[in-house]
Every structure is written in C-alpha cells, then in structure tokens.
Design a protein around this ligand. Structure first.
Ligand code: GLP
Length: 249
C-alpha cells in the first residue's frame, strides 16, 4: 500500500482528484468505480472544475458507483443517484448512458445485484475504485461480518452506519435500513483502489484496517490483500496509523 499524507481535507481532495485525473488521462475510456459520502465531495468539485476548464474530459469514461439505498428513487434527494448528479455528473462531459449506479427501486433486487455484476464484467472490470471508509471499517455498504466472497448484494445497514449517515437526512430515523452494494469480491477485483479519508473520526477505522488482522469484522482490512492500494488521507485520519509507525510524511 502507498500512503499519501496531507495536512488538510482540501489537500486530500486535490491528491484524490489528481490520481483520478491521471487515470483518465492515461486511459480515456477507463472504468472508474465511484463513491458517495462527504469524503469525495472536494475531489468531485475539483474534477468538475478541471473539466469545465478543458483540462480533463470524461467523454469516453464509464463509471460504476459502489452502492445505493434500497427503496429510494433516482429523484429522491437522499439517493446516491441524486448525490452523484449534484456533486459530479451534472458538471462533467460524460455521456449519461455511461454512468451507472445500482438500482434502488428494482422490482427484483436480487436480479438487480446479478445484473450489476454482469454490467461491471461487460465493461471489462474497474480500473480505479474510489472508496471512503465508515467508522466501523465498512467500505461501500459492506458492514462488519460481510463475507469476503460477496459480489453485489443487498446489505442490512448497522445502526451505527445509519446514525452516521443520518446527518444527510431530515430525521435520524429516515436513513433506509437496506442498500444494494458492490461486494468485497467486486471491490477487490478493481485493478487499483484509492481509499480516501479525512478527519479524526476515521483514525481508528484506518488503524484497525491496516495494522490489525484481516478479518470480516473489519471489512476494509481486506484491502491488505490487494496489490495496488493508494491511501490518501489527512494527518488526523492517519493519526492511528502514525502511532504504529505506518504513515510517512
Ligand atoms: C456511506 C457510504 C460509504 C462511505 C461512508 C463514509 O456509508 N456507503 O461508501 O465511504 O458512508 O462516508 P463519509 O465520507 O461521509 O464519511
């Protein structure tokens, strides 16, 4: 794993956006795995700016998002479809038909999981998968206890994840309790993984993920088995790893 430590959220966002932009420059028709949450918002803003300024083009890029809440339509302001439109898709020159997320309102969610796996395979696999990390070590919506052998599946969200995500809803009980998410096997099949993190509340999750045992109780710990992981995080998020002598300057 390579670690890139920054001082601030803004610098973390810049490094994250730069790695994504480099991937697109090297392979204009690359497949990007994208994430939601607060963490990637700054990077998405920069990518949008660079695209507007003509420094970068997503014209041939294909994207697949990690996850979507079950039961929320694309128009629901709390859906990840809506989030991606608001924070990235509406600002870039990608073709709408090349932008994919799991369908949260499929009549047959299990079939939607299978077709999402088929879709990723038909695109030729993911070149770069962007990840955030949950406080309990989840990636996508792969919660503690998930099988490392999971493909795209329906996940029951833990109360702690629902509570952490409740800030984006009007009422604490509003976050859906289930989601459709790429599985651990899906994520690990990406050629390269970029994990972005910011803030002290992520320090323990990163420490457990990268200095502890590889265990399904800490889903992100499986990243220790991937040959090409880049961790871009600010000093606060890396403080737990630094205590263990892992983080570089
Ligand atoms: C959600 C998403 C994850 C994300 C996590 C952390 O649970 N499903 O993909 O990594 O939140 O979000 P944040 O970046 O807001 O801390």
């Amino acid at each position: 794993m390579k670690i890139c430590q920054t001082e601030t959220y803004e610098a973390m966002s810049f490094q994250t956006a730069r790695l994504i932009a480099e991937t697109v420059a090297e392979k204009p028709d690359c497949v990007l795995g994208l994430a939601t949450g607060t963490t990637p918002v700054g990077a998405y803003r920069l990518l949008s700016e660079w695209c507007r300024e003509g420094k970068l083009s997503f014209a041939r890029v294909r994207t697949v998002n990690l996850d979507e809440y079950l039961g929320l339509s694309e128009e629901d302001p709390h859906s990840y479809h809506f989030f991606m439109q608001e924070h990235l898709f509406r600002y870039i020159d990608a073709r709408p038909e090349n932008l994919h997320l799991p369908c949260g309102t499929a009549a047959d969610p299990e079939a939607a999981c299978r077709s999402y796996e088929d879709l990723i395979a038909s695109l030729g696999g993911i070149d770069l998968q962007l990840l955030g990390i949950g406080r309990n070590g989840h990636i996508g919506f792969n919660e503690p206890g998930v099988s490392f052998d999971s493909g795209t599946h329906i996940a029951d969200l833990t109360e702690s994840t629902r509570a952490a995500n409740a800030r984006l809803f009007e009422h604490p009980s509003d976050p859906p309790s289930r989601a459709i998410t790429m599985g651990i096997r899906t994520i690990l099949s990406a050629k390269r993984i970029l994990l972005a993190a910011s803030g002290p509340e992520k320090a323990e999750a990163l420490e457990r993920a990268f200095t502890g045992p590889v265990t399904e109780q800490v889903p992100a710990s499986v990243l220790q088995r991937h040959p090409d992981v880049v961790l871009i995080a600010d000093r606060e998020a890396l403080s737990g790893l630094a205590r263990r002598g892992f983080a570089g300057p």
